[in-house]
Design a protein around this ligand. Structure first.
Ligand code: B12
Length: 213
């Protein structure tokens, strides 16, 4: 574990947004952590390992929302660092569209994956959370991506994800589908979905970059 993680979590536990944001950005500016480390070793675990104290059960939901809002702000603030890195790397001339399906509001993972695609040299576009099937198909038609990456967290969204991936395969058979997210940790979930790549780690997108180089 990075030694700065503890300091970061202490600020988050205090719900001190200003200090948490400054702390994270300072780690990046001073090159104490890379973007990849900030995303995977700080921001992601700060959410996935968040547990509510027994005595705070009644205020648990808003505490989770507050933390998510702080992490979301930090994530968006890292965008200039992503642009800077992207300008230094070789472009792959491959387009990716990233989204979460309708009723899927968990989007921090999808945004992180979008940044990873950019860092790997893809022309990457995050088109949002809770995206209806028809809007996804219209986006594929308009944007003509080489890949569509879908992030699914809730297992009950596997049904709509199947309809979306079947629709993409039927209408745009050359578009490769990448799926990932916590919903696929459920036994059998991935077997229901038309896909070309199943990846659990955001950093796995670098493997696709190697393939298309
Ligand atoms: C924050 C949060 C929310 C926020 C989301 C805000 C937002 N703007 O995103 C809000 C408050 C909206 C929310 C709502 C709900 N949530 Co919630 N939420 C969380 C929490 C605490 C963190 C999620 C998160 O952002 N993690 C951090 C990211 C970075 O991790 P990640 O998504 O796993 O992504 C990583 C990898 O999976 C991977 N990845 C993800 N997608 C993809 C895609 C590709 C292509 C690739 C390559 C990789 C990849 O890369 C990422 C980086 O490592 C989790 C707890 C947990 N254990 O995760 C619960 C959790 C996900 N929520 C849960 C539930 C049940 C709900 C609600 C149903 C609660 C309710 N009763 O209302 C609603 C559902 C809303 C909906 N319809 O979607 C459950 C899900 C259980 C399940 N799997 O079915 C969890 C696990 C909590 C729990 N332990 O019960 N939630």
């Amino acid at each position: 574990m990075n030694s700065n993680y503890e300091g970061f979590i202490k600020l988050l536990d205090l719900e001190d947004k200003d200090k948490s944001v400054n702390y994270a950005l300072e780690l990046l500016k001073s090159k104490k952590v890379t973007l990849e480390e900030l995303y995977l070793d700080f921001l992601a675990p700060a959410l996935t390992t968040f547990v509510c104290q027994e005595k705070e059960k009644e205020i648990c939901i808003w505490k989770e929302h507050t933390r998510t809002s702080i992490i979301r702000t930090i994530l968006e603030c890292t965008y200039p660092f992503v642009i800077e890195r992207r300008n230094e790397i070789k472009k792959l001339h491959k387009k990716v569209v990233i989204l979460t399906p309708s009723e899927e509001y968990h989007e921090i993972g999808a945004i992180i994956v979008n940044h990873f695609f950019m860092l790997a040299g893809f022309e990457s576009q995050y088109i949002g959370a809770n995206t209806p099937k028809n809007d996804i198909l219209m986006a594929v038609k308009a944007y003509q991506p080489d890949f569509v990456a879908i992030s699914v967290t809730n297992y009950y969204n596997i049904v709509i994800t199947k309809q979306i991936t079947d629709g993409i395969k039927k209408n745009y058979p050359n578009v490769k589908i990448i799926v990932g997210g916590q919903a696929f940790l459920q036994h059998g979930a991935i077997d229901q979905i038309s896909h070309d790549y199943y990846m659990q780690k955001a950093s796995d997108v670098f493997m696709i970059a190697k393939e298309v180089k």
